[in-house]
Design a protein around this ligand. Structure first.
Ligand code: ATP
Length: 235
């Protein structure tokens, strides 16, 4: 579903190599965790996948569609939730969700049903009439999650989604991810917390200093003493 071939990215005229020759292949129907400590290169990789940053080299494709050659087609398959979403503070919650729904041409009946479902699940339905500027950080995160989920993406990409979420919402998000994957969708998310990846993901890639250290199921990762050692060194 998502194929990353040999991508690299440096900042500051090459002085910081944030991502160094990464290869990954993520299958349809899996929850894939991208695990690494602060500064490992997770956000940089994600921004390249969603087409916000151009790789210095390499190729990224979604269902065979190149993210840079056919950006519109590739992006139509993705919904992306950044780690620090910036949204229109002056809009009411419901106006923002309708704005996104209009952009994706989601039929009225479907959007009403989905907005009701997700905002209830995240316990923000009472605030839909308020302007987003009055929301707490967690509420902003939940309205962005809702806006991404109502678009029903084939590939759901999230950068550190569990940070700042209350336990119930984090649990509900985990259930949503599992349901999406059971429906054949794909989830790719980053985290710096080993336990989060362990509890939720089918497979995990560990990134450190811009390089992939290992990829596999948690059992596979644990089976390799050498990799275990590197896990302990990193976290
Ligand atoms: P975190 O969990 O802290 O967000 P991360 O794994 O997402 O970390 P990145 O944000 O991708 O890591 O950063 C990778 C490296 O690139 C770090 O050394 C970071 O300081 C550097 N970096 C990121 N963005 C920039 C930028 N705009 N300009 C210069 N260096 C950057």
């Amino acid at each position: 579903m998502l194929k990353i071939e040999n991508i690299s990215k440096s900042y500051g005229k090459g002085s910081v190599k944030a991502v160094d020759n990464i290869d990954l292949e993520i299958k349809s129907g899996e929850i894939f965790g991208f695990l690494g400590p602060n500064g490992a290169g997770k956000t940089t990789t994600i921004k390249m996948i969603v087409g916000l940053l151009k790789p210095d080299g390499g190729k990224i494709s979604i269902d065979g569609v190149d993210v840079w050659d056919s950006p519109l087609e590739a992006k139509s398959k993705i919904s992306y939730v950044p780690d620090n979403p910036e949204i229109y503070d002056k809009l009411k919650g419901i106006e923002y969700l309708n704005f996104i729904a209009d952009m994706y041409e989601i039929p009225k009946e479907e959007r009403i049903k989905d907005i009701e479902y997700y905002t209830k699940l995240f316990n923000i339905e009472h605030a839909l009439g308020d302007i987003i500027g009055s929301y707490s950080h967690g509420m902003k995160q939940k309205i962005v999650l809702t806006s991404a989920l109502i678009t029903n993406p084939d590939l759901f990409i999230l950068d550190e989604p569990m940070v700042g979420l209350d336990p119930k919402s984090a649990f509900n998000l985990k259930e949503i991810m599992r349901k999406m994957c059971n429906d054949g969708k794909t989830v790719f998310f980053s985290t710096h917390v080993l336990e989060v990846a362990e509890k939720i993901c089918d497979r995990i890639a560990i990134i450190n200093k811009g390089k992939i250290i290992t990829v596999g199921t948690m059992e596979e990762l644990r089976e390799h003493a050498k990799e275990k050692e590197s896990l302990e060194n990193i976290f």
